[in-house]
Design a protein around this ligand. Structure first.
Ligand code: NDP
Length: 290
């Protein structure tokens, strides 16, 4: 068994936030600062926790935080009007509408209404298309954070074989584009993939974004592979304790993977750090386009 490096997502995120904080401090001297607007509809407990954490970290790095909380029975047209106001507001450089939205709201219409230049989540089709064609665009935060973690242990990925398990629009598909842009040979696996274990065993990089606790077994992992575990699964363990675990059987992967992210403390902290970084980048593109 060789030693597995545990990739410390909290430390990488803290370094990124320190960089953002000093960038923002420099901007403060010369004029306006970047602003991130967060829109929360209703009282979904998980969304409340995410939004609280996002707002706290936004202000910690010195960005302006603009918060809009709306009742769960808000009308589609009122939410659309708010998005349009935020699009026009020069103090707002990033807009984040927390998902999921209540069932009566057409989420696609809301996300399409966000100005792509302020779409710091990177979900707008304009940004999706720009990433796919490698012509810029705002990269979704979780894949962006995952790439930074991979490159924290291995900057040059050219020629490596990468597999992503999970093909969602917010994680799997953009992750595949980013790895492709780094010259990896990419496999995008999903629930209909045959011989998943074999596909994983042939891969130098494994990104798990499934949402099923410990569904990726340690013995499937190629010795020395880099493993990024995006999954967040709430379980009750054998001792009856509530815990958050990833998609990868972490203990089995130790001694086999070359490097692995823990859950919690891996990809999670990077997601918010990348949201802040996307907001500063959006501000810089708006205020100094060259
Ligand atoms: P989705 O539910 O949208 O997608 C899950 C994907 O997993 C689908 O493509 C599905 O395939 C695939 N899948 C399901 N079962 C299997 C299986 N047995 N074998 C192979 N593939 C399978 O999830 P998300 O992408 O939104 O999220 C994935 C996980 O990442 C979740 O745990 C989520 O909580 C977490 N997450 C973490 C974030 C963070 O900040 N750390 C941010 C975002 C998500 P198919 O398409 O065929 O149905």
């Amino acid at each position: 068994m060789s030693e597995t490096k545990i990739i410390d997502g909290k430390a990488v995120a803290a370094a990124l936030k320190a960089e953002i904080r000093s960038k923002v401090a420099r901007l403060q001297h010369s004029g306006p600062i970047p602003g991130l607007a967060v829109v929360l509809v209703g009282h979904d407990p998980a969304s409340e926790i995410y939004v609280r954490s996002k707002i706290k970290q936004t202000t910690e790095v010195g960005l302006a935080s603009i918060e809009h909380r709306l009742d769960s029975d808000v009308l589609q047209e009122d939410l659309l009007r708010l998005v349009e106001e935020l699009n026009e507001d020069p103090a707002v450089h990033g807009i984040l509408v927390q998902l999921p939205l209540p069932a009566h709201i057409n989420s696609t219409e809301i996300l399409l209404a966000i100005d792509p230049r302020k779409d710091v989540d990177g979900f707008h089709p304009i940004n999706v298309g720009m990433i796919a064609t490698q012509s810029g665009g705002i990269v979704p935060c979780t894949p962006l954070g995952s790439m930074k973690l991979i490159q924290s242990v291995r900057p040059d990925l050219a020629g490596l074989k990468a597999i992503i398990i999970g093909r969602s629009n917010i994680v799997g598909k953009p992750m595949a584009q980013l790895l492709l842009a780094q010259d990896c040979t990419v496999t995008l696996a999903h629930s209909k993939t045959r011989n998943l274990a074999e596909e994983i065993a042939a891969s130098d990089i494994v990104v798990a974004a499934v949402g099923r606790p410990h569904c990726i077994r340690g013995e499937w992992i190629k010795p020395g592979a880099i493993v990024i575990d995006v999954g967040i699964n709430r379980i009750v363990d054998e001792q009856g304790q509530r815990r958050i675990v990833g998609d990868v059987a972490f203990d089995e992967a130790l001694g086999r993977a070359g490097a692995i992210t823990p859950v919690p403390g891996g990809v999670g902290p990077m997601t918010i750090a990348c949201l802040l970084s996307n907001t500063v980048d959006a501000f810089l593109r708006e205020t100094c386009p060259d």
